[in-house]
Design a protein. Structure first.
Length: 177
């Protein structure tokens, strides 16, 4: 009985028991031994939290909207993602940051393409931003800082897409436009 209790405590300590989250779906797309650090506060989310998925289920769907300044990057990533993972659906629109922010809050889009940092109120409302244009090889100093913004907790489809975006394949797609 002592061995079982110690084993259970080890599972809890290492967050492998799966209580309160869908660890299987997250871990099934990560390399062996890697995992998204869900215990990190949203401000600590970086590209290092995401890995290129080996498999993306057909029918995976992501709706992106936001700043027209990020539209070309969205289109490049959409094309590359479709090429790498046939049968996926990535919809991109550029209706502007304010419209897209309202759509994100209402749940009508999955990712907001934003050209400014989040406000404290937006962070308090559960939004998380991750910088995208740091992936560009030729980053123009006058180019605005660009972010993908999502509502916490991170949905599995968005995690797949961000894993692609931060991979070498995603970087190539971004730099090709």
């Amino acid at each position: 009985m002592l061995i079982v209790a110690k084993g259970f405590n080890w599972l809890i300590k290492n967050n492998l028991a799966g209580f309160g989250q869908d660890n299987f779906s997250k871990n099934s797309i990560l390399k062996a031994g890697e995992r998204v650090n869900s215990a990190s506060p949203p401000s600590a989310v970086t590209k290092a939290n995401f890995v290129l998925p080996a498999i993306v289920p057909q029918g995976t769907s992501i709706n992106i909207n936001g700043s027209d300044k990020l539209n070309q990057i969205n289109i490049a990533l959409r094309k590359g993602f479709h090429q790498q993972y046939p049968g996926t659906i990535i919809t991109t629109n550029a209706d502007g940051s304010d419209v897209a922010l309202a759509l994100l809050y209402s749940g009508d889009i999955d990712l907001l393409a934003l050209d400014r940092p989040l406000s404290q109120a937006e962070k308090a409302a559960g939004l998380t931003a991750i910088q995208i244009n740091s992936l560009r090889v030729k980053h123009n100093q006058n180019e605005p800082v660009l972010y993908y913004v999502y509502q916490a907790p991170l949905a599995p489809d968005i995690e797949l897409f961000l894993g692609y975006a931060f991979s070498e394949l995603g970087k190539k797609a971004i730099n090709s436009h």
